[in-house]
Design a protein around this ligand. Structure first.
Ligand code: PMP
Length: 282
């Protein structure tokens, strides 16, 4: 069942106009919330990021926080499986094709769906995954979780074409993030992470990882990460709501560190799983 503009309908009935500005211009924003044992993970943080994305594109939030909570509970309840990814998508609605915003009061299109949550396999966790690098050719507002993902799609496909799991993006000599994930570098037991700014998406998992590092006495350094630090890393991690904390063990075909998932990354994944369990039980 899909939520579309106030109704829960079967997928086949969830249809929108070809004039929807999401379809025509990619004029909208989205969120993806992981759900463990039917409990949304970091729900308030995801809703806060959604609000920031909406504010950035000047689209009024169609729902209060309480309404979102209700809708998310409903869509979770409609699924037969416990671990889910809840996808939320809001566009600037349907209007005659014109770049300028439609008249105030044009109803936005609101869509939500829930799919089984797909997290890394035990084989991926055990061996780590491959990544390639590419020049970040996206725009300068990558902090907005916008639905216009053509650059991300093309960049991720570079990884797929190379038999890798992610493309790590470089801009002006610095590591920014992955095509659909954040990237951390470990060198001499210090975690290096790029700062949250207009060039990268502020990941919810990114925050969790930095919190867990602080709680466990691991030093982290937030600041521009030079490409050479990435290339000489002891460990590289990819983080996102679905990849969780996943070791990158080859970069552009070269081994990262000794080519196996590092100790700190393994501990971080354990802390992450323990944190998830504590949230689920709360
Ligand atoms: N950066 C980009 C470009 C992404 O698409 C994602 C995943 N949506 C992330 C980072 C990670 O964000 P999160 O931890 O909130 O899933």
């Amino acid at each position: 069942m899909i939520y579309l503009n106030g109704r829960f309908v079967p997928l086949e009935e969830a249809t929108i106009s070809v004039l929807d500005r999401g379809f025509i211009f990619g004029d909208g924003v989205y969120e993806l919330i992981p759900v463990y044992s039917r409990k949304p993970f970091r729900l308030n943080e995801h809703l806060a990021r959604l609000q920031r994305s909406l504010d950035a594109i000047r689209l009024p939030n169609p729902h209060s926080e309480a309404e979102w909570h209700g809708l998310i509970d409903q869509i979770i309840g409609l699924q037969a499986f416990d671990d889910q990814s809840v996808y939320m998508h809001i566009t600037r609605g349907v209007a005659k094709r014109d770049h300028a915003f439609p008249a105030a009061g044009t109803p936005p299109t609101v869509m939500m769906m829930a799919n089984p949550l797909v997290t890394p396999t035990s084989a991926q966790i055990e061996t780590g995954v491959a990544a390639v690098t590419a020049v970040d050719n996206r725009w300068l507002r990558c902090d907005i979780k916008g639905i216009s993902l053509l650059p991300n799609v093309l960049l991720r496909q570079l990884a797929v074409d190379a038999g890798a799991a992610e493309t790590i993006l470089l801009r002006g000599g610095f590591m920014i993030e992955g095509a659909a994930s954040n990237i951390f570098v470990v060198k001499d037991e210090v975690i290096y992470a790029p700062p949250k700014n207009n060039l990268m998406l502020p990941g919810i998992t990114y925050d969790v990882v930095l919190e867990l590092a602080a709680q466990n006495g691991v030093q982290s350094h937030i600041g521009a990460v030079p490409e050479r630090l990435l290339r000489h890393a002891d460990e590289i991690w990819q983080t996102s709501s679905t990849r969780e904390v996943l070791a990158v063990t080859t970069l552009d075909g070269e081994p990262v560190g000794d080519g196996r998932p590092g100790l700190l990354g393994q501990r971080m994944l354990e802390w992450y799983q323990a944190y998830k369990l504590s949230v689920m039980r709360a």
